[in-house]
Write a protein that binds this ligand. Structure first.
Ligand SMILES: CC(C)(COP(=O)(O)OP(=O)(O)OC[C@H]1O[C@@H](n2cnc3c(N)ncnc32)[C@H](O)[C@@H]1OP(=O)(O)O)[C@@H](O)C(=O)NCCC(=O)NCCS
Length: 410
């Protein structure tokens, strides 16, 4: 259903209380938490959608969301992205198309502002897949008894020091190495740093881990409660940092029954746990929307030593500029993209023969391929991608790399 809308745009100061109610009804978030989040991210992040003249409540706020620019890292390079959170529609107005209209407004604005991607955690899939979002990566909630993490005494050549977090730049510098070697994590702004280090508004204590040459990681822990220790944030860049974190967390074993933390599928603490007992308590999938296809493909990095050319035949019902044939050329870790004239469109050539050098897929499937969350073989197996053996094999090499994940939730 298409809603008659009275305008999408920045949330007006006089609409803030109504937006807080929408968010409370959407997510159970209390007013104080809403206000704190808006202050942290800046009041400019909120967008609103008002009912149109036909609705009987013309001009009134019916939907809102938060949106902010940030870089998201893929293949060792930052890609301009747009985070979306707190998408909420008035409970009395749901199912009338307002949610879709709000999202279309957000995506158009983000693309016009230079974002190549948009990323969000969905509460429901159909709304977003219809708008071209695809499965982008994961975020795990891991937990373990502290003894399961214990790998013996801390390494003699390492140190653990409590760190003042009033200036997050030292942590950001450490985290930069993680961004450069992983797929999916986002560069944090002040709001995301605050969410990471003060989950639920409770400040955590940060301990930096290192050796003779300097810091090699950090662990941020909330005060233990209910026999549980919540690791609010974690960055382990070396084998020594992993060993130091293991012994640090195992040191809580008399006080707690479980340690919890967020990570990816290849989490260092999971990989190096010497004993059974580590468990994935939850795995949330985040969604990715390619807003500007050439910009997204040209901004990310690619594995060194991989070179070649592919034709991508892409269908995007919402953003016509992303539809059509594109020549993707990869060499020396970078890509260039050239739109092809319509006459050369189509992976399917005359006589039903498949062009060996072409892949045909929707913008939704391209998001999963782009992030590395799903490879071309499985996408083809389930019918989300068409292409010959050579093209699929080449795409598998272009988009290979660490499984995409991010610790941040929004
Ligand atoms: C999810 C939500 C934003 C959808 O807004 P909406 O205005 O109802 O959405 P639309 O009318 O544009 O419908 C688009 C699609 O969303 C889905 N949808 C509609 N109402 C929904 C509901 N109440 N709950 C979940 N999904 C819903 C449907 O798939 C719908 O497609 P369909 O009409 O073909 O079935 C709204 O239900 C809401 O505010 N929910 C609570 C907060 C929330 O979960 N937000 C999403 C966080 S990512």
């Amino acid at each position: 259903m298409t809603a008659a809308t009275g305008g999408f745009g920045p949330l007006l100061p006089e609409e803030r209380a109504d937006a807080a109610t929408l968010v409370r009804q959407g997510f159970g978030i209390p007013r104080e938490y809403f206000d704190r989040s808006v202050e942290l991210f800046g009041s400019g992040v909120m967008r609103g959608l008002r009912a149109g003249p036909e609705a009987g409540r013309a001009g009134q706020l019916v939907a809102c969301a938060a949106v902010w620019p940030m870089d998201q890292w893929f293949g060792g390079r930052p890609v301009p992205s747009c985070g979306v959170a707190a998408v909420a529609v008035d409970p009395g107005e749901r199912g009338r198309g307002y949610g879709s209209a709000l999202m279309r407004g957000l995506l158009e604005e983000a693309r016009a502002g230079g974002a190549a991607l948009s990323v969000l955690y969905p509460a429901t899939l159909p709304l977003y897949t219809r708008l071209g979002f695809g499965r982008g990566g994961v975020s795990f909630d891991w937990s373990a008894p502290p003894a399961a993490l214990s790998a013996g005494p801390p390494p003699a050549d390492g140190w653990i020091r409590r760190t003042d977090t009033s200036d997050a730049s030292q942590l950001a510098a450490l985290r930069r190495s993680l961004l450069a070697t992983a797929n999916g994590p986002v560069e944090r702004n002040e709001g995301l740093w605050s969410f990471a280090l003060c989950p639920d508004g409770v400040p955590s204590d940060v301990y930096t881990l290192g050796g003779a040459a300097g810091p090699e990681g950090y662990v941020a822990v909330a005060p233990p409660a209910d026999r549980k220790l919540n690791v609010a944030d974690l960055c382990l860049l070396s084998p020594r940092a992993v060993r130091l974190a293991q012994s640090f967390l195992a040191g809580y074993r008399a006080q707690i029954d479980r340690v919890t933390w967020r990570g990816g599928p290849d989490d260092p603490l999971v990989l190096m746990a010497p004993e059974r007992g580590v468990r994935a308590d939850a795995c949330d999938e985040w969604l990715l929307r390619i807003l500007d296809l050439p910009r997204a493909l040209e901004s990310r990095g690619y594995p060194p030593g991989v070179a070649g050319e592919l034709t991508l035949e892409v269908a995007d019902a919402l953003i016509p500029e992303n539809s059509g044939s594109f020549r993707l050329r990869v060499s020396e870790g970078r890509a260039s993209v050239r739109p092809l004239p319509r006459a050369l469109d189509g992976a399917e050539k005359a006589g039903g023969k498949t062009d060996e050098a072409a892949l045909s897929l929707s913008i939704t499937a391209l998001a999963s391929l782009y992030s590395g969350h799903k490879g071309p073989y499985v996408l083809r197996q389930v019918g989300l991608l068409r292409g010959g053996e050579d093209a699929v094999a080449l795409a598998a090499r272009f988009f290979s790399g660490p499984a995409p994940w991010m610790p941040d939730r929004f």
